[in-house]
Design a protein around this ligand. Structure first.
Ligand SMILES: [Fe+2]
Length: 188
């Protein structure tokens, strides 16, 4: 049984600034950084199949931003809301982009691609958790939160599961190969 962690609060402009608002703004910030992370990762990718996969995931990440902006409008949330967890997502995302740029500048292309996989895996882990929370809010939240069901539909859930699992498997299998251990699944 869902219990609201706090009452619905509003800021001076009448926009909500409660836990739902903070969760939504954290998800939006993750997707905005996801775009930058995929764009940078594509610049590090050398495998053609991996490039194709990341291009698809980049397109889907851009679509998630549009979905979340619709949610903000439907729930009277402020997409520019400042929140400490947003600052953390911002800092982490910028650090991941910087890490990939550093790896690329080192000139070892296969190492840069491996680091890009790690960075994609980290942001997709956060993204996966965000969409899981949004799905729960849509199903079990207060009346206005059911508006989220349009954003957290099964297609989005399947896509995000794919982003997370492929990224995680890719980094895991590369680490297994580096240790001369047999692969559990094939990766690009
Ligand atoms: Fe994702």
């Amino acid at each position: 049984m869902f219990r609201s962690p706090e009452k619905t609060d509003h800021d001076k402009e009448g926009l909500r600034c409660d836990a739902t608002a903070r969760t939504s703004v954290s998800a939006l910030e993750t997707e905005l950084h996801g775009i930058k992370i995929y764009e940078t990762a594509l610049g590090c990718a050398v495998n053609d199949d991996l490039k194709k996969e990341w291009q698809v995931y980049l397109t889907q990440t851009c679509q998630r931003v549009d979905l979340l902006r619709d949610v903000f409008s439907a729930l009277s949330l402020n997409p520019d809301m400042t929140a400490s967890r947003r600052k953390v997502v911002n800092h982490t995302g910028a650090s991941l982009v910087e890490a990939m740029e550093m790896a690329k500048a080192d000139g070892n292309t296969s190492a840069a691609q491996a680091i890009a996989r790690e960075c994609v895996s980290l942001v997709e882990s956060k993204d996966h958790k965000n969409w899981d929370l949004i799905r729960h809010l849509a199903r079990e939240g207060k009346r206005e939160e059911t508006t989220l069901s349009g954003a957290a539909n099964d297609d989005v859930g399947e896509d995000e599961e794919g982003h997370f699992c492929h990224a995680w498997e890719g980094t895991r299998e590369l680490s297994m190969a580096a240790l001369c251990l047999p692969a559990a699944v094939s990766v690009f």
